[in-house]
Design a protein around this ligand. Structure first.
Ligand code: NDP
Length: 476
């Protein structure tokens, strides 16, 4: 397999100005795949100024039809290279190949969605008291920084790059240090599809060094970030100095609420993958399971049975549902959450141990006996760990659900429509699924309440977020 190993600036691949590199390690084998150029502050300067030149010199003035044509071409080229992109994604972070294929297909659809959106995205005419003619324009911002994480590298990059380009901006994309391969290839393929040089710059490298320089760069007008709440908060602080726009998609500790009247078999058989998919490294993971007491024992039995059936193994095999964690370090972080002799009230019903195989694997764990104050119950684990608790009253359960500082996602299982509506309104989260676990639809807004974020990815809400709203008044 060929690995992209250079930065992508102004339509061409190039090394880092100070020749620094970062190793990319396959977490399934713990072997180094490739050394990738790591951008410095000088590369940030080159990428941002090049993007600004393209923004002013051409892209912002493309007609909507021409811009849409380029975006449709990008989707087509991504489809032609779907298998290659899926393989890159799978080896870099240990993602099961079948998931990687679905996510790459979604990335291509994201370009198509926003290509189609370009001709359906417009302002308003407003009947102002003065008479005359008043109307609004949605104008591009300029150069946008898209900073993305390692858990869903390709789709999240497209969720930011596609609406930003569609709205007429240029983008500097910074992938996470563990997962720059598919992003670098996205830059090359988009250029091959006809995207003008400088429209999409891709800089691999360290967040603390060049990521910070990118956020601080005076020509960056917006930072669209997905990652941890700590880094999101830092970016918001830095951005506040120049009143830069930010959108932040951050951590979560999402509930999975099972009422006694739910289809228990369906809820229990689908719930393991609502938390263990992507090896639990998912901001939407339903890691806190609330079960109405009368069905608690039964649900736990079914949930553990279903968890034991999940196929853990080689990410390259089509039947694998769970691969390794992204790194040995991430596995160690996850293990610090697991019960020890100091937390005798916590009980592990299955998993939590390392399987006897090479790679950063961890068997998915189901934990009961959690108290509200337990770290495993309150904090985002970002690994294959689910906690299950019983509840007696709806009000009590909702108070506990909403006590979390996070509010990203969640599921709710009941056959009572009134209860589904009542509880859906009360759960403090940006997205919620009833009788299923689907949080992400590219046509619908995705993002969080409270410390889970600010602004929205996907849908038309994301495209609005990459524009400034201008009002123009023409006197009669
Ligand atoms: P981070 O928030 O550290 O990283 C996300 C992205 O931000 C990466 O591209 C990273 O670059 C970049 N970054 C880091 N520091 C800065 C900075 N000062 N300025 C600009 N960019 C920066 O997440 P981690 O990968 O370290 O994961 C840590 C935890 O974050 C996870 O365990 C999980 O709890 C949470 N997380 C949540 C995600 C979500 O989807 N909501 C996604 C990923 C993580 P680099 O990789 O080079 O450091």
């Amino acid at each position: 397999m060929q690995f992209p190993n250079q930065l992508f600036i102004d339509g061409r691949s190039c090394g880092a100005s100070d020749n620094k590199t970062l190793p990319i390690i396959n977490p399934a084998t713990e072997e180094v795949l490739v050394e990738v150029a790591a951008a410095s502050e000088r590369d940030v300067e080159a990428a941002v100024s090049g993007a600004q030149r393209t923004f002013e010199g051409s892209w912002r003035d493309y007609t909507p039809g021409r811009r849409a044509e380029v975006m449709f071409q990008i989707a087509r080229v991504l489809r032609e290279h779907a298998e290659e992109l899926s393989q890159l994604e799978s080896v870099a972070i240990g993602k099961p190949i079948s998931d990687a294929r679905d996510e790459v297909a979604m990335g291509a659809r994201t370009f198509e969605y926003y290509a189609g959106a370009i001709s359906k995205f417009y302002g308003q005419t407003i009947p102002v008291a003065r008479g005359g003619f008043d109307f609004t324009l949605r104008q591009p911002m300029g150069v946008v920084a898209a900073i993305v994480p390692w858990n869903f590298p390709f789709p999240i990059a497209t969720w930011k790059v596609a609406p930003a380009l569609a709205a007429g901006n240029c983008v500097v994309l910074k992938p996470a240090r563990q997962s720059p391969l598919s992003a670098l290839r996205l830059g090359e393929l988009a250029a091959r599809a006809g995207l003008p040089d400088g429209c999409l710059q891709v800089l691999a490298g360290s967040g603390e060094e060049m990521g910070d320089a990118l956020v601080k760069h005076p020509l960056i007008r917006k930072i669209s970030f997905t990652g941890s709440t700590a880094v999101g908060s830092h970016i918001m602080q830095v951005a506040s100095r120049d009143i830069k726009r930010v959108s932040l998609e951050l951590g979560g500790k999402s509930p999975n609420i099972i009422f006694a009247d739910a289809d228990l078999e369906k809820a229990a058989s689908t719930s393991p993958m609502s938390v263990f998919a992507n090896t639990g490294q998912d901001c939407c993971a339903r890691s806190r399971v609330f079960v109405e007491r009368s069905v608690y024992e039964k649900f736990v039995e079914l949930f553990v049975q279903a968890t034991r059936k999940v196929v853990i193994g080689d990410p390259a095999k089509a039947e694998t549902q769970i691969g390794p964690l992204v790194s040995a370090q991430q596995r160690e972080v996850v293990e610090t959450f697991l019960p020890t002799a100091k937390t005798p009230h916590l009980k592990v019903l299955c998993g939590g141990d390392r399987p006897a195989r090479k790679g950063c694997y961890l068997n998915p764990a189901v934990v009961v006996g959690c108290e509200t104050s337990d770290r495993i119950w309150r904090e985002e684990v970002f690994g294959p760990v689910a906690c299950v608790r019983a509840f007696d009253r709806e009000e009590e359960m909702l108070a506990e659900v909403n006590a979390s500082p996070y509010g990203l996602s969640g599921s709710l299982w009941t056959k009572d429509l009134n209860r589904a509506l009542r509880v859906s309104r009360r759960v403090e989260s940006g997205v919620l699924s009833v009788n299923c676990h689907n949080s992400v639809h590219l046509e619908a807004p995705f993002g969080g309440f409270k410390q889970s974020g600010l602004g929205r990815d996907l849908g038309m809400a994301a495209m609005e977020g990459y524009t400034e709203l201008k009002n123009i008044y023409i006197a009669e």
